[in-house]
Ligand binder design. Structure first.
Ligand SMILES: [Zn+2]
Length: 86
């Protein structure tokens, strides 16, 4: 079984055992950031996720995209912001 960081996908050392192929943990640099006393911005948090994220308001209007969503959609956050994303 491999264990990867859920924030940056870095392979973590050691075999945690078990039947699954992959499990998730957190690497030291990501833990320092995530568990620091400094508040993270929403953009900083979603940019660290390894999958596309689109943030919309209650009217399904796009507020921002993370890096992965920008890559999948071929749009910058500024280009997507203000458009309906539902
Ligand atoms: Zn990490």
């Amino acid at each position: 079984m491999e264990r990867i960081c859920a924030w940056c996908n870095q392979l973590l050392p050691g075999d945690p055992g078990g039947d699954a192929l992959v499990t998730h943990g957190i690497c030291s640099p990501c833990a320092d950031t995530v568990f620091s006393d400094q508040p993270l911005s929403l953009q900083n948090i979603i940019d660290r996720l390894p999958f596309p994220v689109m943030v919309v308001d209650s009217d399904v209007t796009v507020s921002t995209l993370n890096h992965q969503a920008q890559e999948v959609l071929g749009l910058s956050s500024e280009q997507a912001a203000g458009h309906r994303g539902g």
